[in-house]
Design a protein around this ligand. Sequence first.
Ligand code: SAH
Length: 222
Amino acid sequence: MLDPREPLARELVRQLRDRGIDDPRVLDAIADVPRDRFVPPSQLAMAWEDRALPIGCDQTISQPYMVALMTQELGLSGRERVLEIGTGSGYQTAVLSRLAAEVYTVERHEPLSRAARERLEGVLGRENVRFRVGDGTLGWPEEAPFDRILVTAAAPDLPDALFEQLAEGGRIVVPIGSEEYQQLHVIERRLGEPVDRQSVACRFVPLVGKEGWDGHRWRIVR
Ligand code: SAH
């Protein structure tokens, strides 16, 4: 029997290609990860649409276009160890786990981390992802250095700990800016120094933590 997801996945990939996503491995991963398994039942009808959707704990599953773009910006070859900050639903984690060797993902909300783990391990049978509940602005020092770091929440600035945990020649993709407006930054580590390039404008939920925003409003903790 034909998988009912197939036409929906094809249409989503077509839209992403129209918007400039041209890495075939990224597009294959988007088509292959069943986004309908990552949204609450109330959002099921919109699961394959190119938009962010609520997932509980006041958070959202990222828009597929942003997931695809950020993944493309990471430039994965398949050999990397990747740190992801903001597990959320685990959808972006699932895309990364297809394209990298190992994924370490940190989420501050325990129920979201637990649900994401159940999806990735129980439903999709992924074995290359490790989950942690905590403040991702501090990274995951015990497992550093990482070849790539992806932050899927909006930071006021690049957290120092994340740059410290980036391998030489590695790359961080992170949205940086204010509540209203952020810019996606692609930051490489060359001879120990950050080399920063700006990608598209974007809008994410806040990165809340010691090197992020305050928990109640968009105010820096430090
Ligand atoms: N990529 C996820 C996006 C989730 S939204 C998806 O597609 O589902 C961003 C997530 O970052 C939220 O779940 C939020 O709780 C989490 N987050 C915010 N600040 C964090 C921090 N300091 N450490 C870990 N997770 C954080």
